[in-house]
Design a protein around this ligand. Structure first.
Ligand code: HEM
Ligand SMILES: *[C@@H]1O[C@H](CO)[C@@H](O)[C@H](O)[C@H]1NC(C)=O
Ligand SMILES: *[C@@H]1O[C@H](CO)[C@@H](O)[C@H](O)[C@H]1NC(C)=O
Length: 471
């Protein structure tokens, strides 16, 4: 979705070739004009500091890119990445200010290639009153009341159904994606997993790949494939929506997102775009968090042991292989620490892009109207001033944190992730069934990287073994 991640790679290659020509003509100074805007260096023409950023984020430890600049210029600095001068905020207070003032001082800003893939009616691209209405509609299908009363049953059932089939070596990331996609289809459209959904998911993966490329004459293939796949996905969804409209006219009622969209008088095109964007929003984020939680736990046996104890207590009370209920979810305090710590450390969405709608004064600087702004959530989460031993997985810290103001894995303000509670519940239920039913070991060494997206290089292969559960 919105990360630094996606604005990626073929673009930088193009910029590289352009700039080799241009470097010959130009030379490299950068600390231009506007002494009011945040200090910084904008690197070489056109490429700016993009290559430094990419090479940092391709390692397990991208922090030096931010650390060196914060040290030199302060927590808000100017850089030049992905083709544009960008004000980079590594400051919690500034980030909160930026997010809160969405639509007034700043607005979200996505490249056109992404717009083509998600569709013009996607929540990501909506503005103003329409955005407010659709954001709250999305929230009302994913808020805690709905999860408690309706969604939890399906989440629990689909997680267990998927885990039933696990044996031997699995790629955890792929399995987690399959679970999440099935959950989302069920919640949006009341569709149960079967061949249709698995085929749709394959098309979907092509659409997602398209997010990681920019439509340029040199690199057309992935993007063209993605656009074609998007067409097939939208056709399939249109068919479902049309059928459901007919059913509805005959008086059949269903309780899902689609029904809410019908109630809201959306037309079919709007509905399909919105469905596509919701499928995109959840497809990479939740499964990556699931995978990384398991990786952090595997690498931290004392945390895994404590989590196991918490979940075995639940199964001892109610029996194994029994569906989790809301009260069970609410009695997993250490699980919530693990979830927060995973979100803090992995930063699936490392930050969000905005554009200043007017000259904005922040701290001692003015961010000039029209500037690109990157509010880095990652930088704040990994700042040693905000969290003790910030770069270490230490879930116990959450037993002491009382004011998590500097913790914003789901963003904030009017665009705060409407799926935040859903993601937490899915993650907790997944961890419960995994931990009580399986033991596992990593099948190979695997490494975390942060570019083009946060992920492990090998999709985290593990070998699972069913535990003997007493019913
Ligand atoms: C661990 C999982 C997730 C993380 C870390 C995450 C993070 C985020 C963040 C940081 C934003 C703000 C983007 C911005 O301000 O520009 C966002 C927006 C969004 N998320 Fe999530 N998300 C997750 C899961 C989900 C799920 C499961 C859904 C499905 C309902 C979802 C739907 C959305 C939508 C529709 C938006 C756009 C909101 C808007 O622009 O108004 N997300 N997410
Ligand atoms: C969640 O949304 C429903 C409408 O779908 C609403 O009735 C309920 O009050 C909301 N719950 C919370 C906790 O906001
Ligand atoms: C996890 O973070 C949220 C803020 O996103 C906070 O409200 C909650 O209390 C935290 N949970 C724990 C166990 O600290």
């Amino acid at each position: 979705m919105i990360t630094i991640d996606l604005l990626l790679s073929p673009l930088s290659l193009l910029l590289l070739s352009l700039s080799t020509i241009l470097i010959i003509l130009h030379t490299t100074t950068s600390s231009r004009r506007n002494h009011h805007s945040p200090p910084g260096a904008t690197g070489i023409p056109f490429i700016g500091e993009t290559l430094q950023l990419i090479s940092a984020y391709k390692t397990e430890n991208p922090e030096p890119f931010i650390d060196t600049r914060v040290e030199k210029y302060g927590v808000v600095f100017t850089t030049h990445v992905f083709g544009e001068r960008t004000v980079f905020s590594a400051d919690g207070e500034t980030n909160r200010f930026i997010l809160k003032n969405e639509g007034r001082l700043f607005e979200s800003s996505y490249p056109g290639s992404i717009a083509n893939l998600v569709g013009k009616n996607s929540l990501l691209l909506m503005r103003g009153g329409l955005h407010r209405r659709m954001h709250s509609l999305t929230m009302s299908f994913a808020n805690s009341t709905i999860i408690k009363d309706h969604l939890l049953v399906d989440i629990d059932r689909l997680v267990r159904l998927n885990l039933d089939a696990w044996t031997g070596r699995i790629l955890l990331m792929d399995e987690a994606k399959k679970i999440t996609f099935e959950l989302t289809l069920k919640q949006l459209l009341s569709i149960e997993p079967f061949e249709w959904s698995e085929n749709l998911r394959k098309e979907y993966m092509l659409v997602i790949e398209g997010f990681f490329c920019i439509p340029l004459p040199f690199f057309p293939l992935t993007y063209r494939r993605a656009i074609q796949a998007r067409k097939r996905v939208t056709e399939a969804l249109h068919l479902v929506v049309r059928e459901r409209r007919v059913e509805r006219e005959r008086g059949v009622k269903k309780n899902d997102m689609l029904a809410a969209l019908f109630d809201n008088d959306c037309d079919d095109d709007e509905i399909v775009d919105l469905l596509v964007s919701l499928l995109v929003a959840g497809y990479d984020t939740t499964p990556t968090t699931m995978t990384l939680a398991v990786k952090y736990l595997t690498d931290t046996p004392s945390a895994l042991a404590q989590l196991k104890e918490e979940h075995e207590q639940i199964t001892r009370k109610k029996g194994a292989l029994v569906a989790l209920e809301w009260d069970d979810y609410k009695s997993m305090p250490f699980t919530q620490c693990v979830v927060n710590e995973t979100l803090r450390l992995s930063n699936i969405i490392s930050g969000v892009f905005r554009r200043a709608m007017t000259d904005v004064k922040i701290k001692d600087f003015t961010i000039p109207k029209g500037s690109k702004v990157f509010a880095s959530l990652r930088a704040v989460h990994l700042d040693l001033e905000n969290f003790e031993d910030a770069r270490v997985f230490y879930p116990w810290r959450w037993q002491k944190i009382s004011d998590p103001a500097n913790f914003m894995p789901f963003g904030g303000g009017p665009r705060r992730c409407p799926g935040h509670e859903l993601a937490r519940v899915a993650l907790s239920v997944f961890l419960h069934h995994l931990i009580t039913r399986f033991s596992w070991i990593p099948a190979e060494e695997d490494k975390l990287v942060f570019f083009p997206t946060t992920r492990t290089q090998k999709r985290y292969p593990i070998i699972v073994q069913k535990r003997n559960v007493v019913e």
